[in-house]
Design a protein around this ligand. Sequence first.
Ligand code: PMP
Length: 456
Amino acid sequence: MPDRLAGAAPSGGADAVPANVPAPRTLTTGEVLALDRQHVWHPYGPMPGRQEPLVIASASGVRLRLAEPAEGHTELVDGMASWWSAIHGYNHPVLNEAAQAQLGRMSHVMFGGLTHEPAVRLAARLVEITPEPLQHVFLADSGSVSVEVAVKMCLQYWRSAGRPGKQRLLTWRGGYHGDTWQPMAVCDPDGGMHRLWSGVLPQQIFADAPPAGFGAEPDAAYEAHLRELIGRHADELAAVIVEPVVQGAGGMRFHSPGYLRVLREACDEHGVLLVLDEIATGFGRTGALFAAEHAGISPDVMCLGKALTGGYLTMAATLCTSRVAEGISRGEVPMLAHGPTFMGNPLAAAVSEASIDLLLAHDWQQEVKRIEAGLRDGLAGALELPGVRDVRVLGAIGVVQLDHEADMEAATRAAVCEGVWLRPFRDLLYTMPPYITGDDDVARICAAVRSAATAG
Ligand code: PMP
């Protein structure tokens, strides 16, 4: 009997590529824009989009290279680190090497029933660098999914403990946790972009927003408010979930780490789990490796994402304590029913480990402090500008808040005129540049923020 596979191409190697696979044709910038407008959704946008996006041809270090010049610039200094993620800048040789080496082995295999070195090494590394009680790692494929998993873990923990009534969440106003269903339900219910869904989303419990100021003396009345609310709802609360120290996309506000200690104490006192969403704050952004360290506390569940892969690929992680994991595994359904197709993706895992090694090999704290000093210097003058309500800096995060909604198009154009990429939202002009951004480029970013602040 003929072997049907006998003539098959060997696995791997050029012989396996059929001769008739067309090489993709390079599109002109005009074609990219036309197809983009016709078919492609962009974040938080209508279809078709209102504002024409800039076309990026490549990126390297802290510079985004434009396919066609804009406002006289062929490249822009990146003030956004691709939404907190590209902490080492773009096209980094160490991360490229990690991706390429892994690509030669396998880009993906399913994680059910199989395992591999990149995922295992990454999980062990995350356990090593996060607070000690966090021992178990669920590798998810985006920040929002890691929050979904965190919520599922908490609800299931109480279900397994015979307390199915504990299924609500408490958070404080002004937060942001992602765009899928459970995360949307704990985003700020009024100012946030998900208020369209109030009444449809599960109804969670909201404390007032934490009083502003990282260095501000904790407000005793606010602490009492947190304690009272957690105590009052303890029987129905599975978990408290917050962003520690910095509330990001909900308003770029900073608060005292003291409130995190209060949450930890109140959760312990009343039998409620504490979830810290470190998706934006993790990996050094606030000056501590994880923002929970400012408070000296450890959560029961922690979400990581964004800078996890150095901005190369999409991967996130939900870490939990042995108490949570064992609690779930003792239950009537002794497993966590979650398993994304791309769970543990080896490419993303390999790059993540390289990104963590790269971060820790540097004096990253010094780098973040240097950027913090540059942002303080460069943004201080913004307070004198008309229409500016507040200027705040923490770690490698700089924020200028206006007393009105920014004209996004005018503000973006003003920054591009300065040769800088910024993406304002609501009344906020802000920057969280890659940690490798040099002093001159930090100064340039600040000039662009000031210029954007007066643009509309
Ligand atoms: N939590 C926080 C604190 C975030 O800043 C974000 C992303 N902006 C998310 C969750 C959601 O992550 P993702 O966009 O990867 O789904």
